[in-house]
Design a protein around this ligand. Structure first.
Ligand code: SAM
Length: 281
């Protein structure tokens, strides 16, 4: 895919913004995910605070996996390589692979992240719904991207690609099951704005549904961490940054879609979780 429009809508916007606005570049030029604040009351809305919080979310996620030296790690939907970059600092003599559906993101990841500590790094163009590798992985991550995938299909690939003692860790927006009707209503209201901004994403998974899809793929949910409250300052920060989107129509849609997520999270309809899966014992 070229640097021109036609990919995932928010990445079309992001490529323009990180090329023209220094604050957007610092905020989203490395990690393209929400932030984690240990103490949300201390979030001051600054770029520095968000950059730290985005790294903190990566740290929180990778800490759910048993990392050691000399392992094979896969990061699906790797964005600009922020997670691989952190792992590259944490392990030695390991093989780190990031995959993405968009070549333009991979090009930026390759430019940004160079292997160190005896590690090898590859950024490969591959669809998460069609994963194919000859060798399995000790650890697999999917940070804030699974809502783009066909989850049952993706989980079947993970089952096949995860070593017997391996761990698979995701972060995702998770609907509270008993609030599904109100989620559906909210979702319908912001559907057009969401589609135009974030693409055809599916945020309708509850924890129960995750357990079921894992079970169907013969995996099990081994740990769940609800960090919704720690992500809340992200919304005010992102909404402030969105004001800089020049095109009024796109800016309005971007804002509406993000406000929808903000409300759903504040009203306790949607949560933000780090979830780990493994093979059954
Ligand atoms: C919100 S971004 C998260 C990026 C990265 N994981 C991070 O945390 O910085 C979602 C990512 O999923 C990727 N993606 C979407 N659909 C995909 C697919 N079918 N296969 C692989 N990657 C995909 C997008 O290109 C994007 O990089």
């Amino acid at each position: 895919m070229s640097e021109t429009e036609g990919g995932i809508p928010y990445f079309d916007e992001l490529f323009k913004l990180i090329g023209s606005d220094e604050e957007w570049c610092r905020a989203f030029g490395k990690n393209v995910h929400w932030g984690y604040w240990e103490d949300p009351a201390k979030a001051d809305g600054s770029i520095e605070s968000f950059v730290e919080a985005a790294d903190a979310l990566t740290r929180k996620t990778v800490s759910e996996a048993p990392l050691r030296d000399g392992i094979r790690i896969l990061d699906v939907g790797c964005g600009f390589g922020g997670t691989i970059q952190m792992l590259n600092e944490m392990v030695k003599d390991s093989h780190l692979i990031g995959v993405n559906i968009e070549e333009r993101q991979l090009a930026r990841a390759r430019e940004r992240v160079q292997a160190k500590n005896g590690n090898t790094i590859e950024f490969i163009h591959m669809d998460a719904n069609e994963l194919h590798f000859d060798e399995p992985f000790d650890v697999i991550f999917a940070v804030e991207c699974i809502f783009h995938f066909n989850r049952p299909r993706f989980f079947r690939h993970i089952k096949r690609l995860l070593k017997p003692e391996g761990r698979f860790v995701i972060t995702d927006f998770v609907v509270k099951r008993w609030k599904m009707p109100i989620f559906r209503t909210l979702n319908a209201i912001s559907r057009n704005a969401t589609l135009a901004t974030y693409g055809d994403i599916d945020l309708s998974y509850s924890l129960t549904r995750y357990r079921k899809v894992a079970e169907e793929a013969e995996l099990r949910c081994s740990h769940d961490l609800d960090i919704s409250r720690n992500t809340l300052p992200t919304y005010a920060f992102v909404l402030r940054q969105i004001k800089k989107v020049a095109d009024a129509k796109r800016s309005t849609r971007f804002r509406k879609a993000t406000e929808g997520l903000d409300k759903a999270t504040r009203w306790g309809i949607l949560g933000y979780h780090v979830i780990a899966f493994s093979h059954p014992e």
